[in-house]
Each structure stands twice: as C-alpha cells, then as structure tokens.
Design a protein around this ligand. Structure first.
Ligand SMILES: [Zn+2]
Length: 411
C-alpha cells in the first residue's frame, strides 16, 4: 500500500503479537505512522526477517542508586533487615559520580536487553541527601536516546521516624521527581507514613508506588489501608504497590477477595521475583515458601500488574542482568505457568507494566512512539519459552542498539 505520509523508516517482515502474517511498520517523526501488510515508499528499509517485534520492555521497579554494590559489602546479609542496614551504611559514602557510574552500567545492560521504559526508585533521606537523586536525574537526560526513565523518590528507612527526610522528599519533588514512593513497613508508624505519602501525592499531583508488606504472614498488612485511601482521594489508577508478598501466603478465598478489592480501587501490583525468592522464607529448611505473589492471577482479575527487576548485585539480590524476558520467565517457572499463560506473563513486562506506569504512547500501533525491539524468535510463545534475546531496537524511530546473535564456528 502507498501511504500518504512521508515515512523516515520502514521495517519489513515483522511479526506482531496476535497477528499471523508479517507486517510492514512505517515510522515518521519518531512515531509509528503506518502498519500495513506491505508498505511501498522511498524511505530506508530494515528487514526484521520474520521475527517478533515488541514495543520494548517496561521495567516498573529498579533501584539504580544501590545497584552493583557486591564488591563493597560482601553478601552475607541473611535477611531483609540486614540488607537495608548494609546499604544504609554504604549510602552515606555515595557520591554523585559513583551513583551515576553504577546506574549507567545497569541502564546499558537494560537497553541491550530491550528495555525502553523504566521506573527507578531512589532513596532520598538524611544519609543519601539528594546526591543519588541528582545522579539519576543526569542519567535520565543522558540516556533519553534509548530509554525513558521515571524517578520515584522514596524514604527507604522510614519517614515519620527519620527527621529531615520529608523536607528532602519535598525538595526532590520540587526539583523534578516524577513520582513518590514509600516503605511503610520500615516506619515506626506505617499508617502515619501512608498518610503523609497520600498528602504529598495530592499536593504535587504525582502517582504513588509503594513497597508494601514484605513478609509471608498472611494476616496484618496495609493492603486495605492503601485501597481505602486510593478510593477516598480518587487516585484509582495512580497507585502501585510492590512485593505485597503477604498475598503469596493467603488462602485462595482471601486472595480472591484481595484481588476484587485491588481491581475496584485501581491499585496496581508489582512482583519482584528475584528479590522475593532470595529473601523470603529463609527461616525454613524444608518446603521453603516461594514468597512471590501470583500477579498473573491478579492480572486475570483486572488488576494492573507487572513483574520487575528491583535489585541488581547488592545485598537484597546478588544477581541481575536487567533482562525482563529472563525475569518474566523466572516468574513463570516459580508461578508454575505453562504455555497457556505465556502471553499473560509477557504482558507483565510489556503492556501490563505500561498500564501500571500510565504510558499512553506505548505499543505497536499507529500513533504510538516509534519504540521497537526485534526478538530472536518468530512468535511470543517461542520468545518466552526460550528467553529469546533481542536482536536490535529502535527508540523513537532511531536505531538504539544492536545485539548480534552468537555465531557457531563449525570445524
Ligand atoms: Zn524495591
């Protein structure tokens, strides 16, 4: 088909999720301008060779400021409390240059694994000051050619018990932070922290993304409190909670009623399998619990959900390649999801994650941003089961990375 608009680039022979035949995708001024069975025009052409295209992976929850710390602190930190304490000590010594270098190393790995959007949490408190925040602000500018980064400032070690912390958060919100996070379970008064966070979110009209209920006791927790306040302040669709590992310990009945509550309040949920698996259930030797919330089940009940990276090479998680295809596959293994659920699990790192972050211009459709990642597989099932690598990608229509396939050297 001859398209009326002037295209800057055409990608031929590209497979899309939910379509049998390959398509041609046309880019104009950084956006997707056409998706047709065939596009004939004078624009430069790239051949996707019948491979699957995705609009890039969306990592909704990463701690860039405290990534890549293993060499500095060892990793004999048994549990969550010890991991928080270890990083608390280290972050007094963080400089902007140091945070920038570690964050850049993560972003470059993420870009090479096909991530085009990311939300990073950044600790702002009297120990870190605004140094980490400033470094990540610079990273956001410097890597915008390949990845859109949202900065979520939050008090890791409590808010109401940490004098000066709220003033610093306010300063960061005044200085361009995109949204506000929280961690009620480390606060001496969790409900008071939730109060302050909702008040600040209203004052700055920003979304909230809180760490919530990081243990495997089914009872207690603040899920209800969060849903209630989300409804009371009319912030449905703008509140996310991460971990929420209590949901993994609930009976089916309690889980079902929590799912209804979350869906009707418009509260989104993120599972962080690497950290949850590494830190949960350590007191047990036999039948150790998984401690990973079944977000694919919540997604099936209308809750906006994602699976994300969280920590990379630090006391919370001594692993990490920033590959969301690998992370979603790990999740599916742990959650015992078979081929029937691969598409749902892929959504947890693509469309579902984009919904959680309210990314209106995301997707392989006309009018969306020209973000495209071509995977080394012909279908979503094959990509998911084999943890396919991306081959190359575009950000806003510009080639942003290449990842050549391995070449076998036969005798
Ligand atoms: Zn986190």
């Amino acid at each position: 088909m001859r398209t009326p608009v002037t295209l800057d680039l055409v990608v031929n022979n590209l497979r899309l999720r939910g379509r049998d035949a390959p398509v041609s995708l046309g880019i104009a001024e950084g956006r997707i301008a056409a998706i047709e069975s065939e596009i004939v025009c004078d624009a430069p052409v790239m051949d996707a060779c019948g491979r699957l295209g995705l609009p890039g992976f969306v990592d909704t929850h990463v701690h860039l400021d405290k990534a890549c710390l293993l060499g500095r602190c060892g990793h004999a930190h048994g549990d969550l409390k010890a991991a928080i304490a270890a990083v608390s000590e280290l972050k007094r010594g963080f400089t902007e240059e140091d945070v920038y270098a570690r964050g850049a190393s993560c972003l470059e790995r993420a870009i090479g694994h096909g991530t085009t959007r990311m939300r990073t949490h950044v600790e702002v408190d009297p120990r870190a000051g605004l140094r980490s925040f400033r470094a990540l602000k610079q990273l956001k500018r410097d890597y915008a050619w390949a990845l859109d980064l949202q900065l979520c400032v939050f008090p890791q070690e409590g808010l109401t018990n940490d004098p000066g912390c709220e003033d610093l958060l306010v300063e960061a919100l005044d200085d361009g932070a995109d949204l506000l996070g929280g961690c009620p379970y480390t606060d001496t008064d969790p409900v008071a922290q939730i109060d302050r966070l909702f008040a600040l979110a209203a004052r700055y009209d920003v979304d909230l993304d809180l760490h919530l209920d990081f243990d495997i006791e089914a009872s207690g927790g603040h899920l209800d409190e969060i849903c209630r306040r989300t409804e009371a302040t009319k912030r449905g669709g703008r509140v996310a909670i991460g971990h929420v590992t209590k949901l993994s310990a609930m009976t089916r009945e309690a889980f079902e009623s929590a799912a209804v509550r979350l869906a009707s309040a418009g509260v989104a949920v993120t599972a962080l399998p690497a950290t949850d698996l590494y830190l949960m259930g350590r007191a047990r030797f036999a039948d150790r619990p998984r401690g990973v919330t079944a977000v694919h089940e919540l997604a099936g009940r209308g809750v906006a959900c994602s699976v994300a990276t969280n920590n990379v090479e630090n006391p919370f998680t001594p692993f990490g390649d920033l590959s969301l295809m690998r992370m979603a596959n790990l999740y599916a293994n742990v959650a015992q999801v078979g081929p029937d659920g691969f598409s749902t699990c892929l959504d947890l790192v693509t469309d579902g994650a984009a919904r959680l972050m309210r990314l209106d211009d995301y997707g392989l459709r006309v009018g969306a941003a020209g973000d495209l990642v071509v995977m080394d597989a012909e279908s979503e099932e094959a990509a998911f089961s084999s943890i396919a690598q991306p081959v190359w990608g575009l950000k806003r229509g510009r080639r942003s990375f290449d990842r050549p396939a391995a070449v076998l050297l036969r005798p």
